[in-house]
Design a protein around this ligand. Structure first.
Ligand code: SF4
Length: 332
């Protein structure tokens, strides 16, 4: 059983649906019934192909997008229906770092003004805020002389450090890192990942780390969730996934990661076909149209996410018996 004190965020059957652009496109089921927990102090990485709903999920967890159905609990509080002042107060505790630092920093404001924004929103100003802004610059490894610069005078890595400083400003409990290093050069990516790791340890942060790159997610995450077409199909710790993955989709994603040791490199599994549209997802298991192991049941019935080993969850009919054994306390 999960230690309630350690659970920072809980998602219960979260659904996020959008109306399609026209009648033909119907309802887009971007997130289609996801339940999981994020423990305090962990990095929960989420990976999946572009369009699988991971960014929508991240934004809905902190109410940047409305939740259509289901509940999200943060620090034991149901935040799914918060409005007005309550929602504003909650936002202090849950922040986001976006993918493209150039697009999310106002080019007309200097860095000091940009870092003032979160404080202004909450009516805070004065010497304490000035001191906090200088502290934030040091925390992200920038000098205070950068405060008078404008975004276009900074490199991509420096801009992302400002994005991180802004997210840290109000001392959040959880930060959604939405493809936070994807727009950076590989060498800068490593520096920013190291910085995020240092900050996590120093400030006791919790991250929900979104990336399409399983290699990056692997480097930073304590646990990894794999998403396919709006659903979570496998959740496990880094070590568990490295040792054994159960879902055919996870297997295919992992087979694409190059190994340093050529002997460890298995055969790459190439999935056939494109990811189906979330406005018209396949019946049953959404993955059945591309799954090399699909059977009749897969088309008719959606598999539930079940625990098949200690803390290792998978949604696939191939393992239902195994999961039943685990529930009965048998050694799987
Ligand atoms: Fe493949 Fe069926 Fe498992 Fe889905 S439920 S991943 S289609 S075997």
């Amino acid at each position: 059983m999960t230690d309630e004190k350690q659970v920072l965020l809980r998602a219960e059957d979260v659904k996020v649906y959008f109306k399609g652009k026209n009648k033909k496109s119907g309802t887009v089921k971007a997130v289609d019934g996801i339940s999981f927990e994020i423990m305090r102090g962990e990095t929960f990485g989420v990976v999946g192909e572009s369009g699988c709903g991971k960014s929508t999920l991240g934004r809905s967890l902190i109410r940047l997008l409305p939740v259509t159905e289901g509940k999200v609990w943060l620090n034991g509080q149901d935040i799914s229906g918060l409005k007005g002042q309550e929602l504003k107060q909650m936002r202090k505790k849950a922040q986001i770092i976006f993918q493209d630092p150039s697009a999310c920093l106002n080019p007309r404001r200097n860095i000091r003004q940009i870092l003032m924004e979160p404080f202004e929103i909450h009516g805070m100003k004065g010497p304490e805020v000035d001191k906090r802004i200088e502290e934030l610059m040091h925390l992200v490894g920038l000098d205070t002389y950068h405060l008078s610069r404008y975004p276009h005078e900074l490199s991509g890595g420096q801009k992302q450090r400002i994005g991180i400083a802004r997210a840290l400003a109000l001392e959040p409990d959880i930060i959604i890192c939405d493809e936070a290093v994807s727009a950076l050069d590989v060498s800068v990516q490593a520096q920013v990942l190291n910085l995020l790791q240092e900050l996590k340890e120093k400030l006791g942060l919790t991250y929900f780390f979104i990336s399409h790159n399983l290699n990056v997610v692997y480097q930073v995450s304590d646990r990894v969730g794999v998403m396919y077409l709006g659903r979570m199909v496998e959740i496990a710790t880094y070590d568990q996934l490295y040792e054994k993955r159960y879902h055919p989709y996870t297997e295919a994603l992992l087979s694409a990661i190059p190994q340093v040791d050529a002997d460890q490199q298995g055969e790459r599994i190439r999935l056939q076909g494109e990811v189906p549209s979330p406005s018209n997802p396949p019946s049953g298991c959404h993955f059945h149209t591309r799954c090399p192991r699909a059977c009749g049941r897969c088309k008719a019935e959606a598999p539930q996410l079940r625990e098949v080993a200690d803390g290792h969850f998978v949604a696939c009919h191939l393992y239902d018996d195994m999961a039943a054994g685990h529930e009965n306390g048998e050694n799987v």
